[in-house]
Design a protein around this ligand. Structure first.
Ligand code: SF4
Ligand code: SF4
Length: 135
């Protein structure tokens, strides 16, 4: 089994070698695709995780026992371009820079190729113009 997952760490857990434990304690291979520490010191890691099914689920349980929030990536986002006010709030919480401020006019753009559907922008959008939908 191989899946792309998002790990969400608290200020207290993100410095610990928790991800390393996936390969040390289980028959799993991980590849970190993106990692970022946000302004409030929470951290995100997006990674692929691969191994035998049983080991995969043990690894997920291990992460949860370490107080890491684990989410799979089954969704995509869509944005109502007409409603977006380009306030920029969402760019501060996007772990992959899929939402970014573009050019001198400061338009907020969305690069769907970089989006991992973590949902952070949905929660903070000031006019609720972003939504998640299942692929
Ligand atoms: S869901 Fe929003 S915050 Fe998360 S990666 Fe996609 S654009 Fe960025
Ligand atoms: S938070 Fe919402 S309104 Fe503000 S730039 Fe992002 S998508 Fe647009």
């Amino acid at each position: 089994m191989e899946k792309t997952i998002i790990l969400k760490f608290t200020k207290q857990t993100w410095r610990k070698p928790i991800i390393y434990g996936l390969s040390k304690n289980f028959d799993l291979v991980f590849n970190i695709l993106e990692a970022k520490v946000l302004p409030r010191q929470e951290a995100y890691a997006i990674m692929s995780l691969e191994g035998p099914d049983e080991e995969y689920y043990k690894g997920i349980e291990y992460l949860k026992e370490c107080n890491v929030i684990v989410e799979e990536v089954p969704e995509q986002i869509q944005r109502d371009e007409d409603s977006c006010t380009h306030c920029g709030t969402c760019t501060a919480v996007c772990p992959t820079d899929a939402l970014f401020v573009d050019g001198d006019e400061k338009w907020v753009r969305l690069d769907t190729e970089k989006c991992v559907a973590c949902g952070n922008c949905v929660q903070v959008c000031t006019v609720q113009c972003i939504s998640l939908f299942v692929i």
